[in-house]
Design a protein around this ligand. Sequence first.
Ligand code: FAD
Length: 386
Amino acid sequence: MDNLFFNEEHTMLVNMVRDFANTEIAPITREMDEKCEIPKEIIAQMAELGLMGIPVPGEYGGAGMDTVAYAAAVMELAKVDASVAITMAAHTSLGTLPIVIAGTEEQKQAYLPKLASGAVIGAFGLTEPEAGSDAGSTKTSAELDGDEYVVNGGKIFITNSGLAGLLTLTANIIENGENLGIGALIVDTDNPGLNIGPKEQKMGWRASDTRQLFFENMRVPKENLLGHPTQGFKTFLKTLTGGRISVAALSCGTAEGAYQQALQYATERKAFGKEIHHFQAVGFKLADMATEIEAAKLLTFHAAWMKDQGMDVHKQAAMAKLFASEAAMRITTEAIQVHGGYGYVKEYEVERFFRDAKVLEIGEGTSEVQRMIIARELVKTFSKAA
Ligand SMILES: Cc1cc2nc3c(=O)[nH]c(=O)nc-3n(C[C@H](O)[C@H](O)[C@H](O)COP(=O)(O)OP(=O)(O)OC[C@H]3O[C@@H](n4cnc5c(N)ncnc54)[C@H](O)[C@@H]3O)c2cc1C
């Protein structure tokens, strides 16, 4: 099915990422999971291969490729290691694309080349202790004082915080005592008003870097405001829509990685004198897993393709994210079942895929939020047609 959306360039990219993931990442996945760290060399190698700026226009130093290419690369990385995949994806779709979407020409020229080359890693700070699904309840404020905004507040669960050189964060923009609404600011992470918390100890995505951020009278130059002061909310909603395609791709990869291990195990493990795939109960699990992966990939690449055509992908991105993430949870659970007791211990890596899958139903909008978006879009279309 991949050929439906892939041209020759996509296929070349997929082969390159697959080769890199199998030779460089696969041998160290267990070590990264245990140490909760991705070696700097892996990120440097991804940068060298051009993987840190796939959808960034060529004029700003990116590969200038489309969303289908980007999703395909994320998927290939996630088949082997979801922590590496989310590090690349958060850098690209969350850390870099807001600047592509809403940056001024000066901001694009100043920041995109270093992000696209991977010289600087990006992160995106939206979630707060009291503003997750309800992102409109953002409390962080940025009050204009002369030529600088003074930012106070904080963010939680921010991917890449400990690696990032650049951060895009959302805050209430206050000018002349008036709250103009939620805007977005670009912040250098060496800003003295920024404090970065210790690494979160997570169930999955353990090697990816997730931390809390604290802003205390953090002074940010006025020109670092991303786009129009009152358009920040729109920018990050757009960013999240694109991000959902990322998470859908990550989900497909995570599911496929676990499925491949289950398939291999089912052809090797013997019970009652034969390989367990001969038992219909096991064969049917494999059949269901493979079918769901195909369906999830179709939804994901279709949403990516629609985005590349400039179409509204609100509904399709939410559908792809919802279906693929829930499929990943089902598939990784069944992959453990196929492994029996060995699935529950670290000797086989399938338990890592299971741990990595859960967050896919939570990050960049929970499953409940995706259903809300889809339902809203369905009613909107129906009302328009009526
Ligand atoms: C590993 C990890 C990495 C992350 N990386 C980032 C990042 O880089 N940047 C960033 O900004 N954020 C990041 N997040 C945050 C993530 O996007 C949020 O955790 C997520 O959006 C959910 O918000 P919350 O945790 O506040 O849950 P809540 O919003 O408090 O939700 C709790 C429960 O209530 C449900 N719920 C809430 N509102 C409704 C409603 N109206 N209807 C029905 N159900 C509802 C939710 O679905 C959920 O089940 C990350 C999170 C994790 C775990």
